[in-house]
Design a protein around this ligand. Sequence first.
Ligand SMILES: NC(=O)c1ccc[n+]([C@@H]2O[C@H](COP(=O)([O-])OP(=O)(O)OC[C@H]3O[C@@H](n4cnc5c(N)ncnc54)[C@H](O)[C@@H]3O)[C@@H](O)[C@H]2O)c1
Length: 328
Amino acid sequence: MIAPTGPVLSSNSAVPITQFHPTITQEALEEKVIIIVGGANGIGESLVELCCQNGAYVCIGDIDTPRGAPLSLRCCEKWPVYSDPNLPPKPPRSTFQAVDITDYHAVLNLFDFAFKTYNRIDHVVVTAGSMEPKENWFDCTLSLQDIRTPPSTKDLDINLTGSLYVVRVASVYLRHNRGPGVDRSIILFSCAAGFKETPGVSVYQAAKHGIQGLMRSLRPYFCSPYKHNLRINTICPWMTQTHPAVTKKLCDRWEEEGLPISSALQVAQVTAGVLVDDTLNGTSMYVEGGRAWEMEANITRLEPQWLGEAPSKTLTRGQKVLEDVWAA
Ligand SMILES: NC(=O)c1ccc[n+]([C@@H]2O[C@H](COP(=O)([O-])OP(=O)(O)OC[C@H]3O[C@@H](n4cnc5c(N)ncnc54)[C@H](O)[C@@H]3O)[C@@H](O)[C@H]2O)c1
């Protein structure tokens, strides 16, 4: 029987939270086993270092071996694990496993590898992502000839299908070797485009809305102590400086307009803050200029206002029926 964790903030919380101030302590991360899928670069890389620095064990899964493997070695050298010579040796601070998140068997291999190495998995974060702004499926200049060529589905495959694969495998692995009262969680990466229209990247936007939908569909189900007893949350960064060369033109314009940019470390800090806070389930943290705001509680709380009281009440009753029939 899986022991329940403490009270969770669910989407129907009566208490709105707005700005989220992450608190990351060594105590909260020490010896936690964390898989970071997409951890070889950008926000994921900063999160890998932050977690290792605070005493966690991190398994990096990424398609980018030339960046991921040396990062893992650097973490082992910088934050070595000390083993008592009289006890069985402890596992390495960090490991790397090459994975293409769109390949279900490769995702399975990653979890098999991490579990074999660390004997348990406490948290899983998916930072792997893709955005192809040049691949505009709905370009208004497309001709009848142009649409004969099928468009790339890369943004959908990596951002959405890949995350779905990871969540499926994680939901089973996270149940294993778990003591009573032990907190376990999954964090997915969405985007401001996960809730706000963003011109030019329709497929990416559909995928990131999909991430929000996936989290919302799973948050009441996963957190049940009689089912998975897991927390699931999303991070929705806005502009984050991870590819200075690629985004230089955009960043220059952004700065000209005086708009905020987060650093990869700031987004990683918010992510680690959500990871260690066992009261958070079903939240979405919008991150702008290094500061985070939770959105879900207010969306739910204000539903009678934006949808209308009567439809909001009927909708709630109908959704309850669906839950009873489909998720019981
Ligand atoms: N940087 C931003 O401004 C920004 C804004 C909003 C949302 N996000 C989201 O945050 C997340 C991290 O963004 P980032 O800027 O750090 O990205 P990044 O490109 O720096 O890192 C993404 C990582 O995912 C890996 N990856 C790509 N395809 C993969 C695959 N098929 N299998 C496994 N790994 C794969 C890459 O190798 C890379 O290490 C992404 O989901 C992104 O959509 C980023």
